[in-house]
Design a protein around this ligand. Structure first.
Ligand SMILES: [Zn+2]
Length: 284
């Protein structure tokens, strides 16, 4: 059910659709693992149609409607320990805690050799720059924009070989580094990179590790990030449609070849982008 009315819909159905705040048109695949998405039922939609609120820690969580039920769509960070976790739910001035389980997932190791070792063992100046940028990026990831509708049904932003999957435990030039919190699509330099879904450009910048980067805010804590671009074609505040070109691929930042690094962020957590793409091309 989308929050718009087609002429062929009856007036009553149309009014019904408008009366309910429908916050997602397609839910991601559920995977209650570190780096995955938990779908937690919050009960039937009441006659008021008001969505309950939910938080993981202090971070607000997307609440979506599906078949008359409210569902919390919870992003689970890669470093979230497996085991029991609590979702805080608020409805009508009351709050309750809901338990849910996160099970462990094995992510393979990936060893990468970079000729430019200055992007692995950083100079003091580069270290200071990278640390400052990581703080900026953390704030962007936690951004929350209330929206009537969140489009969580993504297109793959570029067509190409899926070079590195989400979650790989990475070792650069023999040194362990942060896990791979996105999906790499190998594409030649200059390939059009498309917005995965409708949204608003939250930020653009040129970072030490991520290179030229675009963040698209899809509302209610769902954000996508496109890195290593050769050229950025949008500005902060621009509205972008699904499939709209936002830039051209490249290998700016820390990259061993031209590719798109694509991340999906949900309630501040980097989660597996493949959970959001219905039609992933055949591979593996
Ligand atoms: Zn990557």
């Amino acid at each position: 059910m989308r929050r718009f009315c087609r002429p062929r819909l009856g007036r009553a159905l149309c009014l019904l659709a408008l009366a309910f705040p429908v916050l997602a048109v397609a839910l991601p695949k559920a995977a209650s693992v570190p780096g995955g998405v938990a779908l937690i039922p919050l009960g039937a939609m009441s006659s008021t149609g008001r969505a309950p609120r939910a938080w993981l820690g202090e971070q607000p969580v997307l609440v979506a409607a599906e078949r008359g039920q409210w569902i919390a769509v919870v992003g689970l960070a890669l470093d979230l320990p497996p085991g029991r976790h609590e979702l805080r739910v608020g409805e009508g001035g009351e709050q309750k805690m809901l338990n849910f389980e996160v099970v462990s997932k094995y992510y393979p190791e990936q060893r990468i050799t970079l000729k430019d070792s200055s992007k692995v063992t950083l100079s003091a100046a580069d270290e200071a720059r990278a640390v400052a940028e990581i703080a900026t990026i953390r704030k962007l990831k936690q951004h929350w924009r209330e929206a009537d509708n969140t489009d969580s049904d993504f297109l793959l932003p570029a067509t190409g070989r899926l070079a590195s999957r989400f979650g790989l435990r990475r070792v650069f030039n023999g040194e362990p580094r942060a896990p791979h919190a996105g999906l790499d699509v190998a594409v030649p330099r200059g390939t059009a990179i498309k917005a995965g879904a409708h949204g608003v450009v939250l930020a653009t910048d040129d970072y030490f590790f991520n290179g030229k980067t675009v963040f698209v805010d899809h509302g209610n804590g769902l954000i996508s990030m496109y890195c290593h671009l050769d050229r950025i074609d949008v500005r902060t505040g621009d509205t972008v449609g699904q499939g709209q070109r936002i830039g051209l691929s490249g290998m700016t930042g820390r990259a061993s070849g031209p590719h798109l690094h694509w991340s999906v962020i949900l309630n501040g957590a980097m989660v597996d982008p493949e959970l959001f793409v219905k039609a992933m091309p055949g591979h593996r």
